[in-house]
Ligand binder design. Structure first.
Ligand code: PGA
Length: 249
């Protein structure tokens, strides 16, 4: 049985005081938790995450990583830096990075490799836009996105990644894929992982993201290939994030 994983993606939100209140609320309400959980915070707050989450069941991670190890790359954050601040995860290829920073499938693949090289678990985000889905290209788009990553990974690496299916039309819009729509894509993604490493694919956590909230989390995560959620808006309120974590157990 795969453990469920719920990750909060704070995006470009937060402040030292606000984060402290949010994290304290999450920790206070967590109790004995039967799922993996984490928050992906903006880089300047990772030291705060380390200070406030060490020793709790909540892991933390970054939202992006450079494909390079170090050097003259102003503004970039290296995997080894995230690791030094205790990150367990890092998002790669979030649709906002692909859309606003023109990240290609190949760049996302290099970022996944860089994350693995630093001992981080890359959360490889894939998802189609509404226009692509309407044109019947949804599956082709997400399999090309995951395929580019798998093309550069070794077979053994498959066990060390998380995949997150986030249909772009569902992110921050209040529109959610139905459990069956999401399951259909997750099943295809798992089959694609299995072509690289069948044994490892059975254990890879494949998250759903896109307007997941307390009201719909349980039915989404009840699907056989939906192993948790990547949560944006609802991760900024402790009660909502906690409700989703508890729905995952
Ligand atoms: P949302 O964002 O939950 O606000 O739709 C999800 C994401 O972008 O990771």
């Amino acid at each position: 049985m795969r453990r469920k994983l719920v990750i909060g993606n704070w995006k470009m939100n937060g402040s030292c005081a606000g984060n402290s209140a949010l994290l304290a609320g999450i920790i206070a309400g967590l109790g004995k938790v039967g799922a993996d959980c984490a928050v992906c915070a903006p880089a300047p707050f990772l030291a705060q995450c380390r200070a406030e989450l060490t020793g709790t069941p909540v892991a933390w991670g970054g939202q992006d990583v450079s494909p390079k190890q170090n050097g003259a790359y102003t503004g970039e954050v290296a995997g080894c830096m995230l690791a030094e601040f205790g990150c367990r995860y890092v998002l790669v290829g979030h649709s906002e990075r692909r859309a606003y920073h023109l990240e290609s499938n190949e760049l996302v693949a290099q970022k996944a490799l860089a994350a693995l090289a630093s001992g981080l678990t890359p959360v490889v985000c894939v998802g189609e836009t509404e226009a692509q889905r309407d044109a019947g290209q949804g599956v082709a788009v997400v399999t090309a996105q995951l395929g580019a990553v798998l093309a550069v990974l070794g077979a053994d690496d498959v066990a060390n990644i998380v995949v997150s299916y986030e249909p772009v039309w569902a992110i921050g819009t209040g529109k959610t894929a139905t459990p069956q729509q999401a399951q259909d894509v997750h099943k295809i993604l798992r089959a694609q992982l299995a072509q690289k490493n069948a044994e490892a694919a059975a254990g890879v956590q494949i998250l759903y993201g896109g307007s997941m909230k307390p009201e719909n989390a349980k039915e989404l995560m009840a699907m056989p290939d939906i192993d948790g959620g990547l949560i944006g808006g609802a991760a900024l309120k402790a009660v909502d994030f906690l409700a989703i974590i508890h729905a995952a157990e």
